[in-house]
Ligand binder design. Structure first.
Ligand code: HEM
Length: 534
């Protein structure tokens, strides 16, 4: 990646666009309020045959890093340029809200941080962000290791069973396993509730998955029929969704009630001193209830918890899934990762201090997020008219966009941009290390570490918004370090014990996308003790 964000006028390559007889999009796109902006010309089938962001990538190479796209009655501005991204996410962040995303998520997350309007967001971010204090993260490492241990025990038991029949490997859907693991971790760390989903199914877990499924359906279904009066009573899937929401909300309300009833002054003191090690319950909910006292609004608290449950669960499960998918196709990198684990951990468990030394594992996680960003698109809507930074071909002064413009900021395009990355589609965690090894410079290749001294991972600041694994600006992920540590622990503990191979070919693993990128039919793998999988 080049450190200084430069403009991307001339595409180096052009990909073939599927070209069929339909020029419907062209008709829909002509005209519009964003002036001379290039307009994507593609087949409507592109939008339905494969995940949208693939087509957005082709159009990026064809039309440049800011272009206009419409489907159905809606028009979107698609941004794949770091300087424009920096402008929207950081420099002029408060001129934008979450637009379409908020419309979709509001029925589920209410006024939780992700969909929240700016006024609510300002209040809540100030309250929630301090909850992710470094000492809280340190205390959470124990939850990450305990939960990962449960998953590993489950695999070992399955392997023992299989060994009776003389086989040395088991076949299982690791995406489903990572989903359960991430759910258990988020339950314990955010509201001190053990879903136990690695080993059992419960009505609450089923309801969580039902709700996630509906959120995904809504994010890919362009006509919001669920807003039609009575739809929630008449349409069966909407009735089920309402039922699932009630199950989760009742569970969350119970946890909030319990946290309020068990509030103790001694715990408040420990929390004030960040003495998490001596707290029975170090969860974020305890922090939010204790530090704010009884005045905190239950509805808001529930929205915050629901947001964290969804934001922290799917994303982490997805990054682990794609990290394993990539490693399984690169056995030499898996060996390299295992060598680092053996050196740093031996047979022991990761601790907060040891985690810092698992650098290659951390870079595998980061590289998996480069190739499979979660979510692949960040969504914004302009609250007032704005001028996007210019410099593009035919656009020296920048495009003026009116209030109400919907924007897709394609993180996928940025992360695979041929203008910023060498071999952009290849899995190379080492790409971040080149400079460090060859030039003896502390930092990551192509990035300027002085922009963010002490950064734990190659982030948006040192890449000048060319790399956004956790977004950027004021609405950047509040759980970035949490997620990075959690994924590093889970991956390290898995590879410490097991080798993994894909069950079928890499091509047979179909990708689908809603809020996050995941597989269509699971990540089916062969798993065995190290040395037993060939
Ligand atoms: C926001 C990614 C894990 C909580 C975001 C955003 C991204 C992101 C890109 C910005 C969205 C935007 O600008 O529209 C990820 C990834 C994760 C992860 C890739 C895992 C690998 C977590 C975890 C939590 C969490 C574990 C909580 C425990 C949130 C919240 C926001 C957010 C509350 C909204 C922040 C705000 O608007 O102030 N996440 N996230 N995320 N994330 Fe994460």
């Amino acid at each position: 990646v080049r450190c200084e964000s430069t403009r991307t006028d001339e595409p180096k390559t052009k990909r073939n666009l599927v070209d069929n007889a339909s020029n419907l999009l062209t008709t829909l796109l002509s005209g519009g309020s964003v002036g001379s902006m290039p307009i994507a010309e593609g087949a409507v089938t592109d939008l339905f045959d494969r995940p949208l962001f693939y087509s957005l990538y082709d159009w990026f190479l064809e039309h440049g890093s800011v272009y206009k796209l419409a489907f159905g009655p809606k028009a979107f501005v698609v941004v794949s340029d770091p300087i424009v991204a920096r402008h929207i996410l950081r420099e002029n962040a408060f001129s934008y809200d979450k637009g379409v995303l908020a419309d979709i998520l509001e029925p589920i997350m209410g006024k939780g941080l992700i969909p929240a309007d700016l006024d609510t967001w300002k209040l809540r971010r100030r309250v929630i962000a301090p909850g992710f204090h470094v000492l809280y993260l340190e205390a959470m490492v124990k939850i990450f290791t305990d939960c990962s241990e449960r998953t590993i025990l489950k695999f070992e038991k399955l392997l023992q069973g299989e060994n009776l029949g003389g086989r040395k490997t088991i076949e299982l859907d690791l995406e489903a396993e990572f989903s359960s693991l991430a759910l258990d971790i988020i339950g314990l760390s955010v509201f001190n509730h053990d879903f136990g989903s690695v080993t059992k199914e419960s009505p609450v877990i089923k309801a969580v998955y039902g709700t996630l499924f509906e959120a995904e359906h809504r994010s890919t279904f362009y006509i919001p029929y669920w807003n039609i009066p009575l739809a929630r009573w008449i349409v069966p899937r909407q009735r089920k969704f309402q039922k699932d929401l009630k199950v989760i909300n009742d569970c969350l309300d119970g946890l909030i009630r319990n946290a309020k009833e068990t509030r103790e002054e001694t715990d408040v003191e420990k929390l004030q001193q960040r003495d998490y090690k001596n707290l029975k319950d170090a969860s974020l909910l305890r922090f939010l209830v204790d530090m704010r006292g009884a005045d905190v609004d239950d509805r808001q608290l529930r929205d915050d918890l629901m947001t964290m449950l969804i934001a922290g669960h799917e994303t982490t499960a997805a990054v682990l899934t794609w990290a394993v998918f990539l490693l399984a196709q690169n056995p030499s990198k898996m060996r390299k990762a295992q060598a680092e684990i053996d050196l740093v951990l031996g047979q022991g468990s990761p601790t907060f201090e040891l985690l810092k030394k698992l650098e290659y594992i951390r870079l595998i996680v980061v590289e998996a997020l480069r190739l499979y960003p979660q979510p692949p698109l960040l969504i914004r809507r302009s609250l007032k008219s704005d001028v996007l930074p210019g410099g593009h071909k035919g656009d020296k002064d920048g495009y003026t966009i009116p209030a109400g413009t919907d924007i897709f900021l394609s993180v996928y395009n940025l992360h695979r941009s041929p203008y910023f990355w060498d071999r952009p589609h290849e899995f190379e965690p080492e790409r971040f290390l080149v400079q460090k090894e060859s030039e003896g410079i502390e930092g990551w290749a192509g990035f300027d570490p002085s922009r963010s001294p002490g950064a734990l991972y190659p982030n948006e600041i040192i890449s000048d918004f060319a790399f956004l694994p956790f977004g950027g600006g004021p609405r950047k992920c509040v759980g970035d370090q949490f997620a990075l540590m959690e994924s590093t622990v889970a991956l390290a503990m898995l590879l410490q014990k097991f080798d993994v191979e894909l069950k079928g070919s890499a091509e047979s693993v179909e990708l689908v996308t809603g809020a996050t990128m995941h597989t269509k039919n699971g990540l089916w793998c062969k798993l065995g003790k190290r040395g037993d999988v060939h």
